[in-house]
Design a protein around this ligand. Sequence first.
Ligand SMILES: NC(=O)c1ccc[n+]([C@@H]2O[C@H](COP(=O)([O-])OP(=O)(O)OC[C@H]3O[C@@H](n4cnc5c(N)ncnc54)[C@H](OP(=O)(O)O)[C@@H]3O)[C@@H](O)[C@H]2O)c1
Length: 336
Amino acid sequence: MKTYELRQGSGVESLVLTERPVPEPGPRELRVKLRAVSLNYRDWAILQGTYGNFARPLVPVSDGVGEVVAVGAEVRRFKVGDRVIPVYVPDWVRGGPTEESVRRRLGGPLDGLLREYACVHEDAAVAAPAHLTDAEAATLPIAGVTAWHALFTAGRVGPGDTVVVQGTGGVSLFVLQLARLAGARVLVTSRSPVKLERAMALGATAGIHTGSEPEWEARVLALTEGRGADHVVDVVGGEGVARSIEAVRVGGTVTLVGFLDSPTVRFDLARAFRRIVRLQAVSAGSREDLESLGRALAAQGVRPVVDRVFSFDEARAAYEYLASGAQFGKVVITLP
Ligand SMILES: NC(=O)c1ccc[n+]([C@@H]2O[C@H](COP(=O)([O-])OP(=O)(O)OC[C@H]3O[C@@H](n4cnc5c(N)ncnc54)[C@H](OP(=O)(O)O)[C@@H]3O)[C@@H](O)[C@H]2O)c1
């Protein structure tokens, strides 16, 4: 079968198209023929060698969807022909994370999904929501689940709340769509006025252009009559976390999800205490989160935002496009 591998080096040259044998499913495994995968910022960071330092050669990419083409003798949950989504953190089935359950992850340290076939344990797969295309279904495991976990499993977002989301990447647009489903108002920041218009069309209540308003937290306070937002989902990290803490209401929540700017965070702890802010780090989520997300999207007919679809042969270009930051939503690669 055709597969990509990350070999030594960094940059897209380390992403090599090669051959491996088609894998044989164990007694409780499914052989899945991948139809589409989606890229996350994590995939770019792993390729660059700035995240995880995983052993290579490694089949990259965590998120995908495919068709079950063979099953082991003891498989009960799925049958040949089912369309399934492999779970990014395969051992985290439900409840909170544990040392053991979060260690193994697809796309590093485990081999990922940028290949024609992969075998996954039947307990580490969920049925793909029927209303979604392959490209859309491939976006759920990291970006969708992280947004779900932040808002509803670790957070308590509900009707009438104000949620702030930064940028218009994969995680952020899921936060926008899911918070709207829950009846919340959503304020979106972006470096691009054009992307803000698209976010408004998706249901954002207001957009804040960080180019012209770098002190975006002041606008959040103005838009909430000085009260502050109930929940800020911070994907940028760095010194900007101080702004997220300024932007949140007394007793509100800042969820730390990413560090597009920097993993080194700096903020005034006295301010966080004064406002009794809840700071929570969220990293992906469980199979149960993925199942809940799929049900919610299906119930409301909501579709993830896919910006651009690349062919399997164009995988390097897809990575470069993700890194450019030009995308609005998810970058997808389809398989032959
Ligand atoms: N903890 C977790 O479980 C988890 C899961 C998924 C992702 N993450 C992390 O969350 C972050 C976002 O991931 P993603 O996959 O959604 O990324 P993505 O799809 O690549 O989107 C990133 C978006 O953020 C904005 N942006 C980029 N660099 C920025 C910067 N320096 N300052 C401000 N805004 C910036 C851009 O939007 P505009 O052009 O609109 O400004 C860009 O489109 C990453 O750090 C990723 O590692 C964490």
